[in-house]
Design a protein around this ligand. Structure first.
Ligand code: MN
Length: 402
């Protein structure tokens, strides 16, 4: 059994401090334990019901007695009944959970809530029946012990009635940090679960594509498919995730060409609002007049286009060569790689898988990998609909891997 399950746990390794105590007044370095470097372990089944994961964040190091860990409970999972010799603080960081002191009704807790467990009080904590819950747990040891375990919480005890909140019912309370917001859990709880647990809890966090790229993908889909009504929230998120205002505006110009002017025009108001609210200096949106070098494949592409449609539509061929590829694609407000990503996503969102190969190749020239394209299309499924993603994925899967 792990010796590290302290916050919720069993025993505590008393830090080897006596040897260091004499040196404690001299300068000591800060200790940074990096995100992702700490093990995440299942909690011991004799003291927990259901799937529970524990990430120990910090041990007690003298003279501090406090240790802390992050504990994630799957729906219906919970601790056994237990007490803490010096009490415990729980900071609910995600989801919806339950907590109960022996003899009191069960209470519902949500992201942002903080629970103080007084010393010696018999209690349990865990997830709600329908949603996972994560809390930060901080406790101080006494004589090396942070917890005294008692019997498991029975199903009857777990499913006992939850105490109604005094002021407002929990269902209508906006939950900080819950992407589903206030309306979804009330009107469409099944959708809210998908929004919180799958879309934002899993897909947006996948490392295969950065949050910045996901934001580029998302605003591209919303603009290309005319969903300007929900654009402002995602444009804000995009800027938070590191998309520059000049890049966001570059996406708009690019999509005017690829999705049509009305789609870009419909997005202008959201851009204007978000830029105004964030006090974006619109002078920074003007890009340098000089252009990126022409793509290596452009000359061949231009010749091919002139040969195929030049006779029937010479103006279209000229605009395609001079404006689309000669100017738009060579502007400096978006990198070639980002421009390729935006184009692929826009085409896929609009159901055009015929031209994907050309742009996937173009993206590859500038470092966009097929894995990133596949991840972008997976992400797109949530914003353009699953069938658009599936169509595009089929087209991508046909391409030879180079
Ligand atoms: Mn506890």
């Amino acid at each position: 059994m792990s010796m590290h399950v302290i916050a919720v746990g069993i025993t505590i390794p008393i830090a080897v401090v006596s040897l260091l105590a004499a040196a404690s007044v001299s300068a000591q370095s800060l200790v940074i334990s990096r995100a992702g470097s700490r093990p995440v372990r299942p909690a011991p089944p004799q003291n927990f019901t259901g799937a529970v994961q524990v990430e120990m964040l910090f041990d007690a190091v003298d003279p501090s007695h406090a240790s802390g860990g992050t504990v994630t409970f799957a729906p219906r999972a919970r601790t056994a009944w237990h007490t803490h010799p010096r009490g415990q603080i729980l900071v609910i960081t995600d989801g919806v959970g339950r907590v109960q002191r022996w003899g009191d009704p069960v209470e519902e807790v949500r992201a942002g809530d903080v629970v103080r467990i007084p010393a010696g009080q018999k209690h349990w904590h865990g997830a709600s029946p329908h949603a996972a819950m994560t809390h930060l747990a901080i406790s101080e040891h006494r004589d090396g012990s942070t917890v005294q375990w008692l019997e498991l919480v029975s199903d009857e005890q777990y499913h006992a009635a939850v105490r109604a909140e005094q002021d407002s019912p929990p269902q209508s309370r906006p939950v900080p940090g819950r992407p589903s917001g206030e309306v979804q859990p009330r009107v469409a709880p099944g959708m809210a679960t998908l929004t919180d647990d799958v879309l934002f809890g899993d897909v947006w966090r996948r490392p295969e594509l950065s949050p910045r790229d996901r934001s580029l993908v998302t605003i591209t889909v919303l603009i290309a498919t005319g969903k300007a009504a929900v654009l402002s929230g995602h444009l804000n998120r995009a800027l938070d995730n590191g998309v520059l205002p000049s890049e966001a505006s570059g996406v708009l110009a690019h999509l005017a060409v690829y999705a049509g002017w009305p789609s870009a025009v419909a997005a202008l108001e959201a851009y204007d609002q978000v830029y105004a609210t964030r006090k974006v200096d619109t002078a920074t949106l003007r890009v340098a007049d000089d252009r990126l070098a022409a793509s290596a494949a452009d000359a061949a592409r231009a010749t091919g286009l002139t040969a195929s449609v030049g006779a029937v539509a010479p103006k279209f061929a000229q605009l395609t060569n001079d404006v689309v590829f000669g100017d738009l694609w060579r502007r400096r407000d978006l990198s070639l790689r980002d421009r390729s990503l935006v184009t692929i996503v826009a085409l896929a969102a609009m159901g055009d898988d015929e031209h994907l190969e050309f742009y996937v190749d173009r993206g590859r020239e500038s470092g966009l990998t097929r894995e990133q394209v596949a991840e972008a299309l997976t992400h797109l499924g949530f914003y353009a609909g699953w069938s658009r993603a599936a169509r595009a994925m089929t087209a991508i899967a046909r391409l030879p891997s180079r």
